[in-house]
Design a protein. Structure first.
Length: 273
């Protein structure tokens, strides 16, 4: 009986440390040639995009994620929604969201997985809508109106802000949107601490003027090893480094975790490798 009680106590302490007492963080998950961004504070979590099918379950397991308050799909390409099916029967998901106008254009496999997860159709997010998670807010800044979600330029983009316990963070999440879309909404973003690089670091993901305007301290791209697109491209890396950003990619660094920082300090960045 004593052994069972001790084992139960150890298990309870493990859950407490890995789930309940988790500090605020944003992790760009290493899911190969896809996107998945995990936002956490304590037991609460939002996942923005899910990578390709088969890539997500191990990423969530190594980050001790057992429940998601919401899943947001930025647009309807399988390297962003494919992993939704991995969640079915694995963890609980309270809600799934897509962009305004996109819910009527879901591929059959995605529609089925969403209903299996939540028992309902996905909700829609429009420009100006805000999702909240603890001391985080996620404000949608793109697109400027309904789309069918089928193109890179339809990607939901968010300004993610943290303000709590004397710490802060400003981060831009871009999906697969590139510099042409950024030109339309950058004035609604301003100076940021961290950029999740658009479209896996494509050649036209961001211009030098845009990088200087946003002035991120860190820029993180999600891409798969030996991908056929050459992502992240040398042009993208050079642009961001020329603007003063430290460039990181999941290919070299695995999961990249960003933590809010005290005033006037740089965000804390921890890499899996």
């Amino acid at each position: 009986m004593g052994t069972i009680s001790a084992a139960t106590a150890v298990a309870g302490a493990y859950v407490l440390l890995t789930c309940v007492l988790v500090g605020p963080s944003v992790t760009i998950l290493n899911v190969g040639q896809g996107d998945a961004v995990l936002i956490r504070q304590g037991p609460q979590a939002i996942l923005v995009d899910c990578g390709l099918e088969g890539s997500l379950s191990s990423a969530l397991a190594r980050n001790h994620v057992y429940h998601l308050d919401a899943v947001v799909i930025t647009h309807l390409h399988d390297d962003h929604y494919g992993g939704v099916d991995d969640l079915v029967g694995l963890i609980g998901v309270d809600a799934v969201y897509v962009g305004e106008g996109a819910s009527g254009n879901l591929p059959d496999d995605l529609e089925g997985s969403v209903r299996d997860l939540t028992g309902a159709a996905p909700g829609e997010i429009s420009e100006g809508d805000v999702l909240r998670l603890g001391s985080y807010s996620m404000r949608c800044v793109w697109p400027h109106g309904p789309t069918d979600g089928s193109e890179n330029e339809d990607s939901l983009c968010f300004v993610l802000s943290y303000d709590g316990d004397g710490r802060s963070l400003e981060m831009l999440l871009t999906g697969d949107a590139e510099q042409e879309q950024l030109e339309e909404y950058q004035n609604d973003v301003g100076d940021i601490d961290v950029l999740k690089v658009g479209h896996h670091g494509s050649r036209v993901s961001i211009s030098l003027d845009q990088a200087l305007f946003l002035s991120p301290e860190f820029a993180v791209a999600s891409a798969g090893e030996d991908n056929s697109y050459g992502h992240p491209t040398p042009e993208c890396i050079e642009t961001l480094e020329s603007a003063g950003a430290t460039f990181l990619c999941t290919i070299e660094h695995g999961d990249v975790r960003v933590e809010p920082s005290p005033a006037n300090a740089s965000p804390r960045v921890v890499c899996q490798r």
